[in-house]
Design a protein around this ligand. Structure first.
Ligand code: GLU
Length: 321
C-alpha cells in the first residue's frame, strides 16, 4: 500500500500553461518524495469546455517534462474510468446520498437574478448565494419546474470548517457567510466540480491534493462534502500561483506560455523543469533538471507563499540559461 496517493487533475479546456505545470511539478515532488504515487484524472466534466485533443496533449506535456504518473490516463488502472465524463453514475449516487439527508434543493434562479441578489464573498470576490430558492414550497417547485429545469444546491449547515493546509497553514470558513449554498448539479445536468472532485478523490483513494492557491477557498466546501458523504478528507497543499509579468493571472488561453510554445522557442524540457524549480525556490538559480533530480531538494518550507511573478525574459521566450 502506497503511503501517499497524489493526483494530476487537469481540465482539458486548453493547453496546460506554465502555471499548471508548476503545480503539477509540486504535486509530483510532494507525493514522490514520500515514496507515493500519482494518478492522472481527466476533468472533462463540462462538455462545452472540454476537448479530447487538450486531454491528450496534457498527457504528452507531462510526459515530456518527466512528470510520469502511475495510474490513470493512458495507463488505466483499478479506479477507472479516469475521465470525469464517464463517471456520472458515481456523481449521481453521491448526490442521492445528500438528497436522502434532505440537504439538496432545486434552484431556479437565472444568471441575472443571481448577480442581482448575491453578495460577493469576503474572501475571493465569488458570489454568495442569497438563498432565494432555499425554502420554496412543493407547489412553487412544481410550478417553476414546468418552465425551467433547476440547478441543484447544497443547503450548507451553520458550521465552521477548519483545516490546516500543508503549505498555507490553518484555514477556516463559516459556511453560511463565507461559502453559501453551492451548486451540486447545473440546470443542464452537468455535475459541479465540487461534487465530482470529492466523489472522485474519495473513490480513487487520493490521500494528498496539491493544486493552485486559486482553489484554496473551495477546500472547506469540499471537506464538508467529504463529511456528509462519509469519507475522510485527504491532506491539502495549495501552491502559489505563477503570474505573468505585471501580476496578471495566467489562463489556458495564454497559448504562448504553453509547453509547445516554450519548446519551439528553443527551451528543452529540462530547462523548463529547472526554471520552474528555481521559481519554486528549490534551486538557487535556474539550471536544467529533471523532476527526478529535484526529489532530494524538495520541501514545502522552501516554496514561497506569495504568488510568483514570472520574470520578463522567461515570458518573452528568451532563453535565460
Ligand atoms: N481540474 C481543476 C483545474 O484544472 C483542478 C481541480 C483540483 O485540482 O481539484 O483547475
Amino acid at each position: 500500500m502506497n503511503p501517499v496517493t497524489g493526483r494530476f487533475a487537469p481540465t482539458p479546456s486548453g493547453y496546460l500553461h506554465l502555471g499548471n505545470l508548476f503545480s503539477s511539478l509540486l504535486a509530483w515532488l510532494s507525493a514522490k518524495s514520500l515514496g507515493g504515487k500519482i494518478l492522472l484524472r481527466n476533468e472533462d466534466l463540462d462538455p462545452d469546455r472540454s476537448r479530447k485533443e487538450y486531454a491528450l496533449q496534457a498527457q504528452r506535456d507531462l510526459e515530456r517534462l518527466g512528470l510520469f504518473w502511475d495510474e490513470g490516463g493512458s495507463l488505466g488502472g483499478p479506479h477507472g474510468p479516469y475521465d470525469q465524463s464517464l463517471r456520472f453514475d458515481l456523481y449521481s449516487s453521491q448526490l442521492a446520498k445528500l438528497e436522502s439527508q434532505g440537504l439538496v434543493y432545486p434552484c431556479f434562479c437565472t444568471r441575472a437574478q443571481l448577480h442581482a441578489a448575491s453578495a460577493p464573498h469576503a474572501s475571493d470576490g465569488e458570489l454568495l448565494y442569497a438563498g432565494t430558492c432555499r425554502d420554496l414550497t412543493r407547489q412553487e417547485i412544481a410550478e417553476r419546474s414546468r418552465t425551467r429545469s433547476p440547478a441543484l444546491r447544497l443547503r450548507v449547515p451553520e458550521e465552521t470548517i477548519s483545516f490546516s493546509d500543508l503549505h498555507y497553514g490553518p484555514q477556516q470558513q463559516y459556511l453560511p457567510t463565507d461559502c453559501g449554498d453551492f451548486i451540486l448539479r447545473r440546470s443542464d445536468g452537468v455535475y459541479a466540480y465540487q461534487l465530482a472532485v470529492v466523489a472522485d478523490d474519495a473513490a480513487m483513494e487520493v490521500t494528498q491534493v496539491v493544486r493552485g492557491r486559486d482553489l484554496l477557498s473551495s477546500t472547506p466546501r469540499q471537506i464538508l462534502l467529504y463529511q456528509l458523504l462519509g469519507y475522510s478528507p485527504p491532506e491539502f497543499a495549495h501552491t502559489p500561483l505563477l503570474l505573468a509579468p505585471g501580476g496578471r493571472r495566467l489562463s489556458k488561453r495564454d497559448g504562448d506560455l504553453s509547453l509547445a510554445g516554450l519548446l519551439e522557442s528553443g527551451w528543452t524540457p529540462r530547462d523548463i523543469v529547472g526554471n520552474l524549480a528555481y521559481l519554486a525556490g528549490l534551486l538557487p538559480e535556474p539550471a536544467p533538471a529533471w523532476p527526478e533530480e529535484l526529489l532530494p531538494l524538495f520541501s514545502w518550507e522552501k516554496i514561497p507563499r506569495e504568488d510568483v511573478i514570472i520574470p520578463d525574459d522567461l515570458f518573452q521566450h528568451r532563453r535565460v540559461f
